[in-house]
Design a protein. Structure first.
Length: 59
């Protein structure tokens, strides 16, 4: 299915930087964002654990 939509020129340029056409560029960006959300931020987890251990050591 095709649909005609209007997008800003800079948005088209960004999408084209990811793939040879706008539609595929949008799909690539969506996959990259999905993968990025799935990644676990171990640094943040370590920081939270350290803070909790510091609180517990205070008792």
């Amino acid at each position: 299915m095709s649909r005609v939509v209007r997008i800003q020129e800079d948005a088209a340029d960004i999408a084209l930087s990811y793939a040879p056409n706008v539609s595929e560029g949008i799909r690539v960006m969506e996959r990259l964002l999905h993968r990025q959300r799935e990644k676990v931020d171990y640094g943040m987890i370590r920081e939270i654990v350290r803070e909790e251990l510091d609180v517990l050591r205070g008792y």
